[in-house]
Design a protein around this ligand. Structure first.
Ligand code: HEC
Length: 496
């Protein structure tokens, strides 16, 4: 009997040890990568999560996180122990809706507030986004006294929903346009905006429009927001082109849905002249699907110091966007860990300079591929020289050099493969196959119209010039339809 008990105790101890070991800083990393002269280790701090949407470093040295279905928890990064704080019961979750953004007040002692943003239904059965402010009660380690801070319209996508407390103590909220094109340019709609409030939910007297929470507008789906010194930056998803990072300025119009990315087409120039459009610090085409963003102020990993850290979903990477000394421009953009962990959604940095990111491989996106431990919170930390292995791979994946003769394949990879897949087989019931599709094998005109104008979930590609579109579509027709080429003139004619 005693023997049995001691075996059970031993097993329990072993289980405890195994549970704790994975996230302990003193243990060997699961993977390691080189960032310039630094080598970083990767450890899983939490596994098997249900789409962690936001992580935040707490004043209690714990990582607070939301999961899309409605729970708020925290994990001890030292030993992986999880404490569940709250399960919301009125969250409506489907593809991209649910419990999303969260922020803790940076001066938690004076203002023990936790703000969250989630989708639910109003009394009138309308879909809404809610921002709720909770009080943290330290003695009981729990969230109490929810106050409905804000309720605004929501549709079926484009929720934005990050929250930050700016250096002046104001609450800034990034809202999505709900995929309703009229919202972003309407300053009386809270959607497609950066909103600004006082901590009690009232509207600051120095907002650009009287009695209006709108601080900046013309945004599509801003899923990243960070305060750095007295500046605020947001990231946003473009449509088929032009994902952006913007420096958020008082009263600025970022142009959506008329201006995408920089002001460079005739239509955009005309609109920008009349409507004072502010250009992004950076725009990405092909798109990367930028999400959570934070700032790396630490010297721990010197290569990253002074950079905005941006997680990307489609891009499967963590980008470091180096700011100039005044914070008004980006001087460098390096993409790290591409495809190493899959889709990345949220990022935070500990005071010690360790970086934490969340994977989003169990979310709605049909391109998400979940590993057995997903979704995870990962630690990326400077590795002790003793633990560095001889053959560390670089965290920067060299881009495949385009082969000039295969420009069609490259354009297809950049613009079409994320949905229709490299092999043209698409995803059943989501993205139709192009391989052997009648429209690809048949006459050119219907295919040209589909690609130029878009259709339902497919964005329009009229921004590509005649020559590139001809090369791209010739490739698609040859490879997937065994049909004839498309010429520049075909494209030009189809535009009219
Ligand atoms: C964001 C995902 C997405 C991207 C990127 C995308 N498509 Fe599509 N595509 C779709 C969807 C969804 C449909 C089906 C639309 C519908 O329901 O009518 C579609 C339909 C099509 C069709 C019609 C298929 C048929 O059988 O009727 C063609 C042709 C096509 N896409 C070509 C392209 C090409 C070429 C590109 C790259 C330039 C591209 N698509 C990029 C999502 C995408």
């Amino acid at each position: 009997m005693i023997r049995l008990i001691s075996i059970v105790v031993l097993l329990a101890l072993a289980a405890l040890f195994i549970h704790c070991s994975s996230s302990n800083l003193h243990n060997p990393p699961e993977q390691q990568f080189r960032i310039g002269a630094s080598t970083v280790g990767i450890q899983s701090v939490a596994t098997h999560l249900n789409v962690p949407w936001q992580i935040a470093w707490g004043p209690d040295q714990q990582i607070w996180y939301t999961e899309q279905s409605g729970s708020i928890s925290k994990v001890n990064p030292e030993n992986g122990q999880i404490k569940h704080l709250l399960k919301l019961t009125d969250v409506f979750r489907d593809r991209t809706s649910g419990l999303l953004g969260m922020t803790l007040h940076p001066d938690f002692k004076a203002h023990p507030y936790v703000f969250i943003n989630y989708t639910g239904y109003s009394k009138e059965k309308k879909r809404v986004s809610r921002v709720v402010r909770y009080n943290y009660e330290a003695a009981k380690d729990t969230l109490v006294n929810p106050m409905l801070f804000l309720e605004y319209p929501a549709w079926t996508s484009h929720f934005g929903s990050r929250i930050v407390i700016a250096s002046d103590g104001k609450v800034m909220i990034s809202t999505g346009d709900g995929a309703q094109d009229d919202n972003a340019q309407n300053i009386n709609s809270p959607n497609g905006k950066i909103l600004r409030y006082n901590l009690d939910g009232s509207i600051p007297a120095d907002n650009p429009f009287k009695n209006n929470p709108v601080w900046a507008w013309g945004l599509r789906n801003p899923q990243g927001l960070v305060a750095v010194g007295n500046k605020v930056y947001c990231s946003e998803h473009g449509d088929a082109t032009d994902d952006e990072v913007n420096l958020v300025k008082k009263g600025a119009n970022y142009g959506w849905p008329v201006v995408e990315g920089y002001v460079n087409t005739d239509k955009e120039k005309l609109f920008a002249r009349d409507s004072m459009v502010t250009e992004p610090l950076k725009a990405w085409t092909p798109t990367i699907a930028p999400a959570g963003m934070t700032y790396y102020a630490s010297s721990k990993i010197p290569e990253l110091k002074g950079s905005l850290l941006l997680t990307t979903l489609k891009g499967n990477s963590l980008r470091a966007l180096k700011l100039n000394t005044t914070g008004t421009a980006l001087v460098k953009d390096v993409s790290y860990f591409e495809k190493a962990f899959g889709r990345l959604r949220s990022v935070c940095v500990s005071p010690a300079g360790d970086i934490y990111v969340t994977t989003s491989n169990r979310d709605w996106n049909p391109n998400a591929v979940a590993g057995k431990n997903d979704d995870r919170i990962l630690r990326i930390y400077l590795l002790d020289a003793k633990l560095v292995s001889a053959s560390v791979k670089s965290a920067v994946v060299k881009p495949k050099t385009p082969i000039a003769s295969n420009k069609g394949a490259l354009l297809y990879t950049n613009y079409c493969a994320s949905c229709h897949k490299e092999d043209g087989k698409g995803i059943p019931n989501v993205f139709p196959a192009l391989a052997k599709a009648a429209i690809v094998a048949g006459p050119k005109a219907p295919m040209l119209q589909t690609v130029l104008n878009g259709r339902k979930q497919m964005p329009k590609f009229s921004f590509l010039n005649d020559k590139d579109l001809a090369i791209l579509l010739t490739y698609v027709r040859h490879k997937f339809g065994q049909s004839g080429p498309v010429s520049d003139t075909d494209v030009k004619t189809a535009r009219h």
